[in-house]
Design a protein around this ligand. Structure first.
Ligand code: 13P
Length: 282
């Protein structure tokens, strides 16, 4: 079934599991991503950056995802990842996305609240969920890199004010994760997570899931994380498999022979993450 983010995350806090939110890097990989969820009998969130979305096309993507959800019976939400401008968010909502993220975290708390409220109003009118971010997540967000010294942990007091004033459905928090951290391990601050979890009752989101160890992911879920974003690891799996396949390109009869192993590699990563996050239906 095609669901909103709010619906798909509904039982996560009580059930002590998280739903994986996996970045789409090209249209080719989408059926394999949903197939992974089908094999594992799990819900799945497919998320996409505005840049990739413009490459694939908003309408093509949302109709493909909706059709695959209908055909496979898998519970799927389609989520627009880190977006700073209302115009792009509006295009996603108007084209049938079931969830969007407004990322105004680089602004002051007051400005972040104002921008987020504008998105929540439009999204709610269209039955769409909203995720927003407070604090900073390290690494590169939309091509803008942050240094470790500049990373701000989310403050619990600000989080309470932010959630109450905006009416968002999920909150992305900064507690030590970084985007695109492929070669090193993330150092997480679990007391920041606990202090936020104690005062916030909507689902909390971990960004930068690549580079977080299996052990830490499990600790995060016990600590109250409901949505885990994984992007880079899928891109690396797809590209690595493609490089290998193209070395034997003269043996291929069809272009499909070259990309099917890449899609299979993505499927394998997602199946493994679903096991770690514990999202298979009981
Ligand atoms: P990674 O690329 O580090 O897995 O992060 C993905 C993410 O958080 C997208 O918002």
């Amino acid at each position: 079934m095609y669901l909103t983010l709010k619906e798909i995350l509904k039982n996560t806090r009580k059930g002590k599991f998280a739903v994986g939110s996996f970045n789409i890097h090209c249209l080719e990989m989408v059926p394999s991503m949903i197939e992974a969820a089908k094999v594992k009998n799990s819900p799945i969130i497919l998320q996409i950056s505005p840049t990739t979305c413009k490459y694939i096309g908003f309408a093509l993507l949302s109709s493909t995802v909706k059709e695959l959800a209908r055909e496979t019976g898998v519970d799927v939400a389609l989520h627009l990842d880190h977006t700073k401008d209302f115009a792009t968010i509006k295009i996603a909502i108007d084209n049938g996305f079931s969830s969007v993220m407004i990322d105004a975290s680089a602004l002051s708390l007051e400005e972040n609240i104002e921008k987020t409220k504008e998105v929540v109003k439009y999204a709610k009118e269209h039955g769409v969920s909203v995720e927003a971010e407070l604090g900073t997540i390290g690494g590169t967000e939309d091509g803008v890199a942050s240094n470790e010294g500049e990373i701000r942990y989310t403050s619990p007091e600000d989080a309470v004010k932010f959630v109450q004033s905006t009416g968002i459905d999920a909150l992305a928090i900064g507690f030590g994760t970084s985007h695109g951290q492929w070669k090193s391990k993330a150092k997480l601050n679990f007391s920041v997570l606990k202090n936020i979890h104690d005062v916030i009752d909507i689902p909390l989101v971990l960004h930068g899931g690549t580079g977080v160890s299996e052990e830490d992911l499990k600790k995060c879920i016990l600590g109250g994380i409901s949505k885990v974003n994984i992007g880079t690891e899928l891109n690396v799996a797809w590209v690595d498999a493609t490089k290998k396949n193209f070395k034997n390109a003269d043996l291929a009869d069809s272009c499909r022979d070259l990309v099917i192993p890449s899609n299979d590699a993505v499927q394998k990563v997602i199946e493994n993450k679903i096991d770690i996050l514990g999202s298979s239906y009981k």
